[in-house]
Design a protein around this ligand. Sequence first.
Ligand SMILES: *Cc1c(COP(=O)(O)O)cnc(C)c1O
Length: 434
Amino acid sequence: MKNIQDCYGINENGHLTLGGVDTVDMAKKYGTPLYLLDEDKIRRQCAIYKNALKKYFPEGSMPFYASKALSFVDIYKIVKDEGLGIDIVSSGELYTALAAGFDVTNACFHGNNKTDFDIEYGIKSGVGYIVVDSQEELCAVDEIAGKLGKEQKILLRITPGIDPHTLKAISTGRVDSKFGTPIIEGKAEQITKAALEKKNARLCGFHCHVGSQIFEPDPFIEASGVMLRFISDIKDKFGYETDVLNLGGGFAVKYLAEHAEVNIPEYIESIARNISSLCEKYSIKMPKIFMEPGRSIVAGAGVTLYTVGTRKEIPGFKNYISIDGGMPDNPRYALYQSPYTVLCANRANEAPDYKATVCGRCCESGDLIAEDIQVQKMDRGDTLAVLVTGAYNYSMASNYNRIPRAPIVLIKNGNDRLSVRRESFEDLIKNEVL
Ligand SMILES: *Cc1c(COP(=O)(O)O)cnc(C)c1O
């Protein structure tokens, strides 16, 4: 277990542990499906980024936790406590962060199509940076800031035209992306010129995000190379000195034992070495560097627990193990066939000698968590654990089939605490006008 994430283990009863706590006990105490999160692990990941950015980049450089990976009030409190900023992508995330008492002057507000409401709410709330995606948005931000009598700091989202060699659905920096303004045909230069002429929007720098689940530093090195050349061109053309370069997120996470280990500080060091040599080459001052890790902060800290129901063997085809959750709490297999490590939490020490497909309880054949994987042979009443589910699970959860959303329990120093209650049936109809 430890070979996947350092917060997993197996205790003397053969049970899976998270942060030293028996997961089978947690399933009994809180019911299933259940999201369990190791808060200590999340804090360690925050510290890794904080320290590495501090060590290798100029003062003011910092990580911004990309909260779309996992957004609820307590996560913003944890991240705030660890001294990170946040990346938010909607007014709903902003509202949640404000409810946590987060100082949003340390926030970057993203999104390829912010509404006027989003922009106004962001400016009124004092969001640090609005990351402007397009010319139209630039005009809208300038106009709304003017109306509110405020000056708003902005970064421009630039598409560096990099293919990060990850899944198409999570690749965002290619020229044909729906995000940002491409460098080709002078588009990025045009929007920069326009931004420099605005009165109420103050240009502070540039942003790029190439994709997600990236195992190699190369795409970041390539992207920062493109961005620094652009920054240098902009300096030559407009005399504009860039204060901030935000390199986005996307560091990979180990989901399976056979995945490579990602050494974040080493990664950051190699990116830093490249950036500093390019700054020298172009004779530009090294900008403050922001990074926006999401997945790699929270994914490994999470385990989802389910109770096994029916096991169905179709001779010559498949063995199905059914769980009491599925795509409503984890749509990632249905969306992108994301790989997961699955095991029997109450017999974690037994050999995974049974080939099975783990399926959810929804009325969809595509409601699967993993296909044809090796697991322990599980029966009704066993506790099934899916590992590395801290990112893009709860935040992507739905009420499909009118299944109430699962609760979140935080583990800290060996103690468990309910952070998000399980939804009730009353919650399911609370917005309906009866
Ligand atoms: C999704 C996203 C991130 C976070 O990506 P991870 O793969 O979760 O690290 C960071 N920045 C932006 C702009 C994003 O869209």
